[in-house]
Design a protein around this ligand. Structure first.
Ligand code: SF4
Ligand code: SF4
Ligand SMILES: [Zn+2]
Length: 137
């Protein structure tokens, strides 16, 4: 896994529902090809601050953490139990390789060993509960 597997917002593409599904699979945030429409107009991926460096992570941007990232962070923490801002801060502090290693360990399904999906409450492979997914209120 390399930096291309990390979305500019700091979430691993490998954890995304669009990326994990087998039917109509997404190519990932950093690639051109099949992806949901809303991802082709993502305000973070297409942010003008990236100025031609389309693989820029938001952690490398002078404006980090901007309002866009803060809004996404709030939504992701509440809905999915994952913090893009914390991820990006970990990248700044520990580097990409350490971040990827920690995320892979964190999200590994304890039952089948595949990565959990950040957007679902259970492993797509074996149905084991995703312990990070917030309980419904
Ligand atoms: S579905 Fe969207 S957010 Fe998920 S990996 Fe694809 S482009 Fe990125
Ligand atoms: S931190 Fe904000 S301003 Fe900077 S690239 Fe990301 S979305 Fe754009
Ligand atoms: Zn599993």
């Amino acid at each position: 896994m390399n930096v291309s597997s990390i979305a500019p917002c700091g979430v691993l593409c490998d954890l995304c529902m669009g990326f994990q599904r087998t039917k109509n699979k997404c190519v990932g945030c950093n690639y051109t090809g099949n992806k949901p429409y809303h991802c082709t107009v993502c305000s973070i991926k297409e942010c003008p601050e990236k100025k031609g460096n389309e693989k820029l992570l938001c952690s490398e941007c002078d404006k980090f953490p901007c309002k866009r990232i803060k809004n996404l962070d709030k939504r992701y923490r509440i809905k999915y139990g994952e913090s893009p801002i914390q991820n990006l801060q970990n990248i700044i502090k520990d580097g990409i390789d350490a971040f990827i290693k920690i995320e892979n360990e964190k999200w590994e399904c304890k039952q089948c060993g595949e990565l959990l999906c950040v957007h679902r409450d259970a492993c797509l492979q074996c149905g084991t509960k995703n312990e990070y997914f917030p309980e419904a209120e």
